[in-house]
Design a protein around this ligand. Structure first.
Ligand code: GLP
Length: 367
């Protein structure tokens, strides 16, 4: 049997995310069956899983009306004071074996006794044993450590958890629930065309990307998690300086690092006009220093600056759902850029890492 690659898993996203939708609400109902009404949520996760949490956060917040904090578990465990108002905690670990997430979740449960949910692809591991209930993201164990499928399955699973929870608590009615589901369906149906368009876009700019010494992605709102995932994925596989910055954050320091070979990606979503204007002014300013500016658009509008370097994706009216498609180009680019740069991803490196630093309860069997 041939070994799966990152691309194998990216190509499974249309099918698995459709399955997640098709099993709604049966998959989620048992998870929230005993959940009380809550107001202060805490999400603990690291790596791609915390990026997924940021991607779902604004949608979750809108649906549930809860205040949602997201924390890196190791820092939280060792330094932070636990807010006594936290009444629901979610620990996310796709492998179920990130040690800091397990320990931080235990600590919050011990102190506050909140309702606790584990989100994972492996319900048979350590993290689910700590929580009241487990939401399985239905991907099975992802054998490639540079996760792609698991990231997006986590984003959708979290969003649907929020949708069902809001329905259960009568915060939204069933018509609204159905219309949200229809919107998710049309986005998920668009994953395959988005993969194709992203590959075509990569092919057009393959040499430009291959020669890149540095990548930066910029955007705001719900795509904050996408920007962080771009940073994680590009660093993991392309292994050159790669950062994702919130729009305003970029304007307070990082802009000074621009140079003529800097590759910049701007993510455009259906934000309000003031944000659109501000982002455009930054893009125009940056284009004075580098010609390597690319835009990923989810607005359905023709680019204001028609520079031929815009990847026009589906129009997503509700910008809070944009992360589900916005990440696809970065996953595709990460895989193909690593390839053209001659990085042999199936050749595993730092194989003794987990054994020595104990970031996971056991070494992962990646391929
Ligand atoms: N290389 C992987 C990352 O891709 C992953 O995001 C992180 C967190 O993993 P988990 O979601 O299993 O807690 O673990 C590893 O470091």
């Amino acid at each position: 049997m041939t070994k799966p690659t990152m691309l194998t898993y990216i190509n499974q996203e249309p099918e698995i995310l459709s399955t997640i939708l098709a099993t709604y609400p049966e998959q989620i109902d048992p998870v929230i069956k005993n959940a009380p009404a809550t107001k202060h949520w805490l999400i603990l996760a690291t790596g791609s899983s915390i990026n997924a949490a940021y991607s779902a956060k604004l949608y979750l917040q809108k649906m549930t009306g809860a205040f949602i904090d997201i924390e890196e578990p190791y820092n939280y465990l060792n330094y932070e004071k636990i807010n006594p108002d936290i009444d629901l905690v979610i620990g996310i670990s796709q492998s179920g074996q990130s040690t800091a997430t397990i320990s931080a979740l235990k600590k919050v449960i011990k102190q506050n006794h909140p309702f606790s949910i584990c989100v994972t692809s492996r319900p048979d591991t350590e993290l689910p044993m700590v929580a009241d209930t487990t939401l399985d993201i239905l991907t099975g164990s992802e054998k490639v450590g540079y996760v792609t499928l698991g990231y997006n399955a986590t984003v959708l699973s979290l969003m649907l958890l929020g949708l069902r929870y809001a329905t259960k608590l009568d915060l939204i009615n069933s018509d609204m629930e159905q219309s949200e589901l229809m919107a998710f369906k049309s986005i998920v149906q668009n994953i395959s065309p988005t993969i194709e368009k992203s590959i075509e876009f990569f092919q057009r700019f393959a040499t430009d990307f291959q020669l890149a010494p540095q990548f930066t992605a910029i955007g705001c709102g719900a795509v904050l998690g996408t920007l962080k995932e771009m940073q994680t994925k590009f660093t993991e596989v392309i292994r050159i300086p790669s950062n994702g910055f919130e729009l305003e954050t970029f304007m307070h320091g990082p802009y000074l690092g621009v140079h003529e070979n800097h590759r910049q990606f701007f993510i455009e979503t259906n934000s309000n006009s003031a944000i659109v204007k501000k982002q455009l002014s930054l893009k125009q300013y940056e284009s004075r220093s580098t010609t390597h500016i690319f835009t990923i658009s989810l607005t359905g509008k023709k680019p204001i600056i028609d520079d031929g370097q815009t990847l026009e994706l589906m129009n997503i009216d509700d910008e809070l759902k944009s992360p589900l498609l916005a990440v696809i180009p970065f996953q595709i680019f990460a895989w193909y850029i690593a390839k053209v740069k001659g990085i042999n991803l199936p050749h595993l490196i730092f194989n003794d890492f987990s054994d020595i630093v104990h970031n996971k309860t056991e070494a992962q069997q990646y391929v």
